[in-house]
Design a protein around this ligand. Structure first.
Ligand code: AMP
Length: 216
């Protein structure tokens, strides 16, 4: 079974697909976005500029995010993992290759979750998030929570991310095109990438496709 690394535009469904994988195959889900949102909520020492960067849809510095990721890897030794939201720059991608080599991990697949910009925008503007990492969508009947604003899985209240606005979506999409998309060529050069379409209204359709790759 392969470890999974997701590369994707905003709202492509990385979090949703990660939750499916976590449930069915027992992966550890490492979402750098969730980790950072937790830090913003619970760490009063986190620098103001880092908080503002996350709130406004910019990218946190490579140095900070790499050091967070390394400490997470220390805590999940030996377990199958999904990386959701890392790497997002070429510096992070190359550093990740080094980290994985040092840890002797070569059973991993990079999955590019492909979605068009209009679909991603609609998903962003309808998204309701839970601090447990699960997300819902008020614009898609099948993706609404059973009880308004309450997570089906953990019962906590859902919230709208500060960066899930039209203005921040455009910023995040531009960051993706400039800094993250070029990583795809890097992974093509080391034969590690597969592409899965994530344009469907029902995320289970993309999951079916995704499952073809994880045991490959
Ligand atoms: P996400 O939940 O993956 O959409 O991430 C939310 C936000 O967290 C991003 O818009 C960035 O501000 C920050 N973030 C998450 N992962 C990274 C990363 N690998 N590098 C830099 N910033 C990140």
């Amino acid at each position: 079974m392969n470890n999974i690394i997701f590369i994707a535009p905003p709202a492509a469904g990385k979090g949703t697909q990660s939750k499916f994988l976590e449930k069915k195959y027992n992966y550890v889900h490492l979402s750098t976005g969730n980790i950072l949102r937790d830090e913003v909520q619970n760490n009063p020492l986190l620098a103001e500029d880092v908080k503002n960067t996350i709130k406004n849809g910019g990218l946190v510095s490579d140095e900070i995010i790499i050091s967070i990721l390394k400490s997470k890897f220390d805590s999940i030794k030996g377990k199958l993992f999904i990386l959701d939201g890392f790497p997002r720059t070429m510096v992070q991608a190359k550093e990740l290759t080094k980290i994985l080599e040092e840890l002797n991990i070569n059973n991993y697949k990079v999955i590019f979750l492909d979605v068009d910009k209009d679909t991603a925008m609609k998903r962003t503007l309808g998204r309701l998030t839970c601090s447990c990492g699960k997300s819902y969508n008020k614009y898609f009947e099948d993706l609404k929570p059973s009880v308004d604003n309450i997570c089906d899985e953990c019962g906590k209240e859902l919230f709208v991310r500060t960066d899930d606005t039209e203005e921040h979506f455009y910023k995040r999409f531009a960051e993706y095109l400039e800094k993250t998309k070029p990583i795809i060529d890097y992974y093509k050069s080391i034969y590690k990438i597969a592409s899965v379409r994530s344009n469907y209204d029902d995320p289970k359709d993309a999951f079916e496709e995704l499952e073809n790759y994880i045991n490959d």
